[in-house]
Design a protein around this ligand. Sequence first.
Ligand SMILES: [Zn+2]
Ligand SMILES: [Zn+2]
Length: 159
Amino acid sequence: MLDDDLDILDSKEFCRECFLPLIKGDNWSEGKAKAKNYICDYCFREEKMRQRKANPWKYKLKALRGSLKTRGLPDAEVTEWELREIYEEQRGLCVFCGEWLDPCSSNCHLDHIVPTSAGGLTEKDNIQFLCEKCSYGKWKFSSEEYVRHCQRVAKWYSK
Ligand SMILES: [Zn+2]
Ligand SMILES: [Zn+2]
């Protein structure tokens, strides 16, 4: 195993994308060297970004399932295709403020219409996409509660 690693280091491997020499621990992480994945860290990030752009919903679902699991909540009963459908039904706009949401950016938040704290499930009918501000503002409240509060804020603050 160790001999193998040294071979890789000595043999001066090159990135399959940009052809720069791969240097373990510098532009070639240990994991990739072990797996003999001949791609530099930079090109690897670019490749991941391209994949994410090609199908952001796959990554959204993965992140969602991870967060449900850490919070001890039931697994998602929604597919990546359904997430895409929800987004398209919203025409890519935040349900509350109408801001356009780039599905690859951190500004595209998945929100439970009926919050999980109130027993809301992670299924198609209970999911909407919100911008970051509306998502944090709504927090654990229902859509009605949040909108009522926004109206109150707008009224009071503009006095
Ligand atoms: Zn490269
Ligand atoms: Zn918004």
